[in-house]
Design a protein around this ligand. Structure first.
Ligand SMILES: [Zn+2]
Length: 634
């Protein structure tokens, strides 16, 4: 997925354990309403070579049906193993292998249905297929929920002994991970109660989603061409990039006032989400919500603390960047609605998809021939669904499964941003490919914490290579401005959000009131600290903290910032031809889920337990900023 630097997208994450590879599936908030507008073509009129070839997954719908029946009976077969998996090494192995089998089969059924639906979200048949896949996957989750508790009831000595056997050895890391959190797993009855509470504790998140996506009263303003435009979270992102300041100002007020209308309700839903996190953390015996969130991936507290501290130590760089915006755009004051305007006034050029392809394949050469080979295959074997069509899902994603190619959905429009999106998504696809090819099913995904590293590294290497080759001053300035904006939106902004995340969770943990006023005051204080004296905080901006969907996901945003820093460190090693960097990178991609995230990043030569990668990213920001200051002076 691509992080929208304004963080206005809705998040769709499939949380089932067997779908770990889809973790980074995030869509932009725009629905088919946008895609259907104007001259968008019908899917049938688009040349086949620009559409993904899902026929390689199932030659005909009947084949999906057949497969669905087979998987349903495998699920029943698995259910029959209940109570027997701990009897012997043999029965344990049989259960684990059957579960692996079902997981990869289920993944294929599900991915196909989801991608078919996304081709044209108006098509009822595809919607129905998707719903069936969903129902089956929920059933699988339910029917297999007994399994982990049963594994944990096997005496550890006995289990360790069994794991020495040749066929079971492969599961050692899986069990290490499972046993690591054993002290936080409760009795069967308590686990049942927690599971029963699940639906109720999700309600505040559902309410937020309904309110912010559909029921909020959106306002209309005149755009730069004097047309009426309704400002929603998705049209807002576009409005913020307009060169017309009056339009940006009006759009800013329109959006934030829509949220201010319901600020108390939003404070209540956000409070509900924070209370939920604290409830589960307490129930499972964690001292705080952050501990629980990090422990899920065996991450030390340092990955969060190093980030916040190091970025705070460097907010002066962000403020220097804001000052540059002020000078370049000739503003007497910088407001939020001035932050997203490009500082470089070049007529943006268009790239055909073929031109984009060549730029990318050349731009990622530093990763080595095996890597480039997979990307080339993505272009040549129709893994990519390129253009927008009526009803198509907006945004971009990669959908990798063990039994199919890692497909990529795009809405390619030919701007530089679109080309870098292709590089980003192919970065995901390449990791999916190498993990699947080199790992057994159980480890064929990748840890959440590393999900955006491979994609961002691809994007950074691509952009830096473009930059190295560009001699034209204006084009250089344009590219540098793009990279600085990536870093502002991903490192500074997401770290600011991560701080808010912690402050709000702390209120819940201490049992303090979480009113709109309290939360909005926190938001304002952070803007003050991050953006400094050249930035004017309009009172409406305070409500921003109540409109960010990521806060409903329990400590999520710090990952974006950490991932970017890790990716920048990898890109630096690769482009600097550091000895061994290329081999280590390939090893990282092939690791899948077979190691913890931190160890995996160490394989790639990055230590996220130290502040060094964050400091290096800050140095990169400074170096780019310095060059942009020079370029804009001349
Ligand atoms: Zn991504």
């Amino acid at each position: 997925m691509r992080l929208n630097s304004m963080s206005t997208m809705t998040i769709l994450t499939i949380s089932s354990a067997w779908l770990r590879r889809f973790n980074c599936l995030i869509f932009l908030a725009m629905t088919s309403a946008l895609a259907a507008a104007g001259t968008t073509p019908e899917r049938s009129t688009i040349d086949e070579r620009y559409k993904w070839d899902l026929g390689k997954m199932y030659a005909a719908p009947e084949k999906w049906e057949e497969h669905c029946k087979q998987v349903t009976s495998l699920v029943a077969e698995f259910g029959a193993k209940k109570g027997t998996s701990g009897e012997s090494a043999k029965s344990l192995l049989a259960a684990l292998q059957l579960r692996d089998q079902i997981n990869v089969q289920m993944e294929k059924l599900y991915a196909y249905a989801a991608m078919k639906r996304d081709e044209d979200m108006r098509a009822p048949a595809a919607q129905a297929l998707y719903q069936r896949a969903q129902t089956l996957s929920v059933k699988w989750d339910e029917e297999s929920s007994w399994f982990q508790p049963e594994l944990l009831r096997i005496p550890e000595n006995q289990l360790r002994h069994w794991l020495e056997e040749a066929d079971l050895k492969v599961y050692q890391h899986y069990f290490d991970d499972l046993l690591r959190t054993k002290e936080h797993i409760l009795s069967a009855r308590e686990e049942e109660l927690l599971a029963m509470a699940g639906k109720a504790t999700e309600v505040s998140s559902d309410a937020f989603s309904l309110l912010s996506n559909t029921e909020l009263r959106w306002r209309s303003v005149k755009d730069a061409e004097n047309r009426d435009i309704e400002i929603t979270t998705s049209s807002f992102s576009q409005a913020m990039q307009s060169k017309d300041r009056r339009y940006r100002h009006d759009a800013f007020l329109a959006l934030h006032n829509s949220f201010l209308d319901v600020k108390s309700t939003l404070a209540a839903t956000l409070s509900g989400a924070m209370q939920k996190d604290w409830f589960y953390s307490k129930a499972r015996g964690y001292p705080g919500c952050l501990h629980r969130a990090l422990d899920a991936e065996n991450l030390p507290l340092g990955v969060y603390d190093n980030l916040v501290k190091t970025v705070n130590d460097h907010v002066a760089l962000l403020q220097r960047y804001v000052a540059l915006k002020k000078r370049t755009l000739k503003l007497d004051q910088v407001h939020f609605y001035d932050l997203y305007v490009s500082l470089v006034d070049v007529p943006e050029r268009d790239y055909t998809f073929e031109e984009g392809r060549d730029l990318i394949l050349n731009g990622v050469k530093a990763f080595g021939p095996d890597y480039v080979g997979v990307m080339k295959q993505a272009f040549d074997s129709r893994w990519i669904d390129v253009y927008e069509n009526k009803g198509k899902r907006s945004g971009a994603y990669n959908m990798g499964t063990y039994l199919s190619a890692p497909y990529v959905l795009l809405n390619y429009k030919g701007k530089f941003h679109d080309v870098s999106t292709v590089a980003h998504e192919l970065g995901h696809a390449t990791q999916s490919w190498f993990a699947s090819k080199n790992q057994p099913p159980i480890y064929s995904g990748y840890p959440m914490f590393t999900a955006e590293v491979a994609s961002t590294a691809a994007e950074i290497v691509f952009k830096k290579t473009m930059l190295e080759r560009t001699k034209d001053t204006k084009e250089r300035a344009f590219l540098i401005n793009q990279m600085l904006e990536d870093m502002r939106g991903t490192i500074f902004r997401q770290t600011q959000f991560a701080e808010f995340d912690r402050a709000a969770h702390t209120l819940a943990e201490k049992g303090e009131p979480m009113t709109a006023e309290v939360l909005m005051k926190l938001c304002r204080e952070q803007y003050l600290r991050y953006y400094g004296p050249d930035f004017v905080i309009d009172p409406e901006l305070d409500v921003e903290c109540l409109r960010i969907p990521h806060y409903y996901r329990g400590y999520y945003v710090y990952r974006y910032a950490d991932s970017y820093c890790a990716a920048a460190a990898i890109a630096k090693r690769i482009l600097g031809n550091e000895p061994g960097a290329g081999e280590q990178w390939m090893k990282f991609l092939k690791t899948g889920n077979s190691r913890y995230a931190i160890d995996m990043l160490k394989v790639a030569g990055v230590d996220m337990t130290s502040p060094k990668p964050i400091e290096d990213a800050m140095s990169l920001f400074e170096q780019l900023l310095k060059e942009l200051e020079q370029l804009l002076k001349s």
